[in-house]
Design a protein around this ligand. Structure first.
Ligand code: NAD
Ligand code: UDP
Length: 337
């Protein structure tokens, strides 16, 4: 089976490409390289030991997408392409709606032209807003507090509407919790542009000496030590979730919405300690103000993924931190080093 991976040069897409190829799928990567480098693909090719078909283009361009479908008989799409910085989405909402929402609609339109009607979409736990309780189940109320989150909710709804209009579509909406970690080789990993927004790259850049200290956003939450609690999931476990979803997609009778998380929550300070253990480096931090829009606690109930995908996360926080440290210490400047 031939799989189109949009955003395949990015962090989660590159890891998923490896597992897809190892599972015997053929992969075509489609990316506009707005947040990725070609070097990531070269390194994925080195890991899997074969060349990967790559087409540079934008999901908002029908012409770019048609080139893919004319050149390849695509059986299913895993759709990672999108912009993901929450703060930036507040400043540039139209850019986010155009890229994430319009781009996804154009992608579905062109898929349908070529009778390709299976899609796995990267959604996010952000669609649960501030959950009334944890762990979070898939049927919890949905809300969004910023344009990024709203773009995920909108695409989920668009895809459900697409199914209502044509029940031949096979749709899986995967709601990721907090992806961290890197491939065990240490050759690919998360390589954020500029100042990282997310906790893990900030911690690892502090440990490697690129940042002076981590600002811990609030220590007065109602949590184990007052700092925010999240469900960190190893990117390779997350990638495996996509492979399991793809293996089963033909059998799903209706759109599936599935949490991909571990079910365990760790605080910011627990992550700092775990990283210090893994790296044997000190991670300096200062307590700062709460970050606007943050919630105290967010972790998944992952039992539905176990039931319908036969999937569960296998890697714990020590392995996540060890793998991030291998990537960060071997590539202190990311892919450009
Ligand atoms: P990433 O930025 O590393 O990867 C996204 C890729 O999409 C990049 O390679 C980028 O160049 C490409 N891209 C963006 N817009 C495009 C467009 N218009 N046309 C073609 N390519 C385009 O991000 P990631 O962390 O790998 O995330 C992948 C997906 O998972 C995103 O949709 C993101 O919103 C979602 N997600 C990520 C997280 C997370 O914390 N990393 C959490 C939940 C959901
Ligand atoms: N966080 C922090 N300092 C940072 C980045 C994040 O204290 O520099 C905290 C943040 O407040 C949250 C947790 O780390 O409690 C995870 O944040 P991240 O941005 O990685 O993910 P999300 O907010 O999407 O869950």
């Amino acid at each position: 089976m031939k799989i189109l991976v949009t955003g395949g040069a990015g962090y989660i897409g590159s890891h998923t490409t490896i597992l897809l190829i190892e599972a015997g799928y053929e992969v075509v990567i489609f990316d506009n390289f707005s947040n990725a480098s070609k070097e990531s693909i070269r390194r994925v090719e080195a890991i899997v030991g074969k060349e990967i078909a790559v087409i540079e283009g934008d999901i908002r361009s029908r012409e770019d997408l048609r080139k893919v479908f004319m050149a390849h008989k695509i059986d299913a799409v895993i759709h990672f392409a999108g912009l993901k910085a929450v703060g930036e989405s507040v400043e540039q909402p139209l850019r986010y709606y155009d890229n994430n929402v319009n781009g996804s609609a154009v992608l579905c339109e062109v898929m349908s032209e070529y009778n390709c009607k299976s899609i796995i979409f990267s959604s996010s736990a952000t669609v649960y807003g501030d959950p009334h309780t944890t762990p979070i189940l898939e049927n919890f109320p949905l809300s969004a507090t910023n344009p990024y989150g709203r773009s995920k909710l909108m695409v989920e709804e668009i895809l459900r509407d697409v199914y209502v209009s044509d029940s031949e579509w096979k749709i899986v909406l995967l709601r990721y919790f907090n992806p961290v970690g890197a491939h065990a080789s240490g050759t690919i990993g998360e390589d954020p542009n500029g100042l990282p927004n997310n906790l893990m790259p900030f911690i690892s850049q502090t440990a490697v000496g690129k940042r002076e200290y981590l600002s811990v956003f609030g220590n007065d939450y109602d949590t184990v030590d007052g700092t925010g609690v999240r469900d960190y999931i190893h990117v390779v476990d997350l990638a495996q979730g996509h492979v399991n979803a793809l293996d089963r997609i033909k059998n799903f009778k209706e759109p599936m919405t599935i949490n991909l998380g571990t079910g365990n929550g760790y605080s910011v300070l627990e992550m700092v300690e775990a990283f210090e253990r893994a790296s044997e480096k000190k991670v300096s931090y200062k307590i700062a103000e709460r970050r606007a829009g943050d919630i105290a606690t967010c972790f998944a109930d992952p039992s539905y993924a176990k039931e319908v995908l036969d999937w569960e996360a296998k890697r714990g926080i020590d392995e996540m931190c060890e793998d991030v440290w291998r990537w960060q210490s071997q590539n202190p400047s990311g892919y450009i080093s």
